[in-house]
Design a protein around this ligand. Structure first.
Ligand SMILES: C[S@@+](CC[C@H](N)C(=O)[O-])C[C@H]1O[C@@H](n2cnc3c(N)ncnc32)[C@H](O)[C@@H]1O
Length: 280
């Protein structure tokens, strides 16, 4: 807790982070988490967080980016909550294989990929199903606002503790090798994923039409209007028969009526409803 930061500075930080990333941290909560800015202030040569906030008011891009990054929570694990991944393998993927049999193309977007465990979990499943995907073009686009997390994701190198969270012994053997004091993801799985720095507040046009979007455990950091706007853009980016996978405690309910439940944490477009259909 940083008790010395003025209330007006906390309010400014809260507004700045909301505007830049959609994350809503109330000023009172900001006081509790502002200690995360101490390393940023040191790295940029400021005497204190307070002096850094003074400079931040001029919004220098490098500093703003570093502050927003420091305020993200990058908690993740392989096959987090498991059930949506089982459903992806047993229901979503077979349905897409049937529907896309002509085009033989599959496009998946992992929209808050953090350090990579989530897109690599999907890639491992696809690798395990490679007999069914022979001659298919499969692409997983993985994005996050945090460039430092993405750098680790691109390396695909994890420590023992990270592997222990969610990976079976069988998958560890099959998809990782012991390397550089850690565990490196196997090249075929690594190659399936393209990482890009991207803010969910931005324009999704460059992503094209997606068959599956997995956007988990990020919407709950947004306030209601931001969550509704992001859900609207995610839905619009989906193919008509595509599906959206959200986190265990996240739901489109109350934000949009354009999606219906389709298994654990999984939603698809309501037939006959347009993507823009918001509640209220
Ligand atoms: C708690 S992690 C969830 C990671 C993973 N999806 C999972 O469920 O295990 C939330 C991620 O969302 C990212 N994030 C927060 N705001 C974002 C934004 N506006 N655009 C893109 N990513 C964002 C953070 O950097 C962080 O990596």
């Amino acid at each position: 807790m940083l008790s010395s930061v003025a209330q007006s500075d906390l309010e400014f930080l809260s507004r700045l982070i909301h505007r830049q990333s959609g994350q809503f941290i109330e000023p009172d909560r900001m006081r509790q988490v502002a200690f995360k800015l101490i390393p940023v202030s040191r790295r940029f040569g400021f005497k204190s967080v307070e002096t850094m906030v003074r400079e931040l008011r001029h919004e220098p891009q490098g500093l703003v980016t570093a502050v927003v990054e420091a305020m993200t929570i990058n908690e993740t694990s392989f096959f987090r909550d498991e059930e949506p991944f089982v459903h992806f393998r047993n229901a979503v993927l077979p349905a897409l294989l049937r529907a896309r049999a002509g085009r033989r193309q599959l496009r998946i977007w992992c929209a808050a990929a953090s350090t990579g465990q989530e897109p690599y979990s999907l890639a491992m499943i696809l690798d395990e199903e490679r007999a069914a995907l022979k001659d298919w073009a499969v692409q997983i686009i993985a994005t996050d606002i945090n460039a430092t997390a993405l750098a680790q994701a691109r390396q695909g190198l994890y420590c023992e503790e990270e592997l222990a969270r969610g990976l079976t012994a069988e998958r560890r053997l099959r998809h990782f090798s012991n390397e550089d004091g850690g565990w490196r993801i196997a090249a075929p799985v690594r190659r399936m994923v393209d990482f890009h720095h991207f803010n969910l507040m931005g324009d999704y046009a460059w992503l094209g039409e997606l068959d599956v979007i997995i956007c988990r455990n990020v919407l709950f950091y947004f306030d209601a209007p931001t969550k509704a706007a992001v859900l609207e853009k995610l839905t619009a980016a989906l193919a008509p028969d595509g599906c959206l996978i959200l986190g265990a405690s996240e739901s489109p309910r109350g934000s949009t009526r354009a999606l219906e439940a389709y298994g654990p944490g999984t939603f698809r477009k309501m037939p006959g409803r347009v993507a823009q259909q918001r509640v209220g």
